[in-house]
Design a protein around this ligand. Structure first.
Ligand SMILES: [Fe+2]
Length: 269
């Protein structure tokens, strides 16, 4: 608690400052050491993991207790993705868009469609997809604000002075019986933005869901599994291709699911 107070996290509640307590425009990097390290790791390797403990610490209580529980519970209230070109009905989601000017607050934009080119998403791209909006309660909630600020603290330092279009995706991939759920039915891909945060919200009765990444076009994939709530990876979407293997129920008699938050950052100016 002392460390949090000393790092100024309590004063970082305004989005402009970032919940990790970093002052807007500060050049030295995010104040939390794990986030400062993530900046350097992304520069060197295109992606970085941030441990749940570091995220919680940087969020000064906003990713714990009822704030976190309410956020995670909101994944029980997603809506079917009806645009699945493979006919799959295993993906539930909600979507929201935000804008952030340099040094300014993160503000929610009016609902808009999600669009990816066919180049970036050969399966489901090439059309405007309207998804059920993220609820106001979730979009304005402490947990999301903390994660938005954390991601921004990192990405602002990788791309100084950026004006961001931020898209938020709540995803649930369901697995039932023999029916596998595919987190990335399009296969290995880029999202078509600048930076991405992927945070695991939870896994319930599922196996699989292994993330594979390929960095800088090098041969071979690196793979890892986001296992615990708040396990997170931040990546440079220009350098990193990513994909996730299907999920199947651990106990086939029961349904399972994998819940993920994705925040994409695209530089607008
Ligand atoms: Fe993706």
């Amino acid at each position: 608690m002392d460390a949090k107070a000393m790092s100024g996290t309590e004063s970082g509640r305004e989005p402009a400052g970032g919940p990790d307590g970093q002052a807007a425009g500060q050049a030295a990097g995010p104040r939390h050491p794990a986030l400062a390290a993530a900046v350097e790791t992304i520069r060197a390797q295109g992606h970085a993991f941030v441990e749940p403990a570091a995220l919680r610490e940087a969020a000064a209580g906003r990713l714990e207790g009822e704030a976190w529980a309410a956020f995670a519970r909101s994944w029980d209230d997603l809506r079917p993705d009806t645009y699945m070109a493979d006919g799959g009905r295993y993906r539930l989601r909600r979507h929201a868009a935000f804008h952030a000017a340099p040094g300014g607050e993160v503000g929610r934009l009016p609902d808009r469609p999600h669009y990816q080119t066919l180049h970036h998403n050969p399966l489901n791209g090439g059309l405007e997809r309207w998804f059920e909006p993220v609820t106001e309660e979730v979009a304005g909630g402490e947990a999301l604000r903390a994660l938005l600020g954390t991601a921004r603290a990192v990405f602002d330092h990788l791309s100084p002075g950026a004006e961001w279009l931020i898209e938020m995706h709540q995803f649930r991939i369901e697995a039932r019986g023999e029916a596998q759920g595919k987190p990335t039915p399009e296969g290995m891909h880029r999202d078509g933005v600048d930076y991405v945060l992927v945070t695991l919200i939870g896994r319930h009765n599922v196996q699989g869901g292994v993330t594979g990444i390929r960095v800088d076009g090098r041969a071979g994939e690196e793979s890892f599994t986001l296992e615990q709530p708040l396990d997170s990876v931040l990546l440079d979407d220009h350098r990193v291709w990513h994909g996730v293997t299907p999920v199947l129920p651990l106990d086939p008699a029961q349904p399972g699911h994998r819940d993920v938050l994705v925040l994409t950052f695209r530089r607008e100016g």
